[in-house]
Design a protein around this ligand. Sequence first.
Ligand code: KIV
Length: 306
Amino acid sequence: MSVRPPSATLPSATTSSPQPPRKKVTIQALHALRASKTPITMITAYDYPTALTCSSSRLTDITLVGDSLAQVALGYASTTQLTLSEMIHHIKAVARGTTHPLLIADMPFGTYHESVEEAVRNAVKMVREGGVEGVKLEGGTEIVDVVQKLTRVGIPVMAHVGLLPQRHISLSGYKVQGRSTESAKKVLRDALALQEAGAFAMVVEAVPKELGRYITDALRIPTIGIGAGPGTSGQVLVLDDIMGTWSGHKAKFVRRFADLKTIRDNGVQNYNEAVRNGSFPNPEAESYSMDAAEWVKFVESGTHGN
Ligand code: KIV
């Protein structure tokens, strides 16, 4: 079969780049990027090929196994349906394809809410079994004790404030947060509390651009915005939004950087047509042949294989 592991001398993530591979991105490196006002880039990945895609650019700082995995790769209606074992299965594949980017994964809905002990147990599983280097948690002041404990036991935590997709039902949908004074104050309070609890960075999702910048200026740790305007320390997008392969809703903050869906669908159609009209496979270029004498011997030897 043609599906063989990439050759050790031809790592598919780096062959097209003339530059040497980038060193592993550390939390310290992210803080240095923030200090030098170099925007941090984070992209989601859900399996081995998408992890290779993220690692193919030296500029990718963080690969996130987002729980958007639920909708994008598993066809669920909501992130709340994703289980811990499904997440770990996918983290393992992403870890196998990740080179220099720091590897972070979302703790799935319901895996860090019952007790601090349960949160630690589940995060340890994600690190030990999955190979993730840090976890991301959605929430505000109510998860401060979990963030504190995880940080203390040595599991780096990326916080996530603003729009919390895991709470889309209690938020009555995927709505922009922080548009009123009260709501903006709440997002800021959450961000400050999570920083004090030990979070090393923070995703800020779907807030007005003014608030995205204000929170970034108020914190010592990097903010990674998604729908939070250009004033955050970095940006994150879902890979399928970047590639144009996601056919669901397109949020206002999404920019498509490629149209792979059209290319992909054309590829499938072209293959199907070539099979149907008999032009694939080509008998010379795409087929094996047998030595003529061996073939004659085979035919003359009878047709029952003995
Ligand atoms: O699940 C996800 O993909 C995310 C980001 C896009 C921030 O949480």
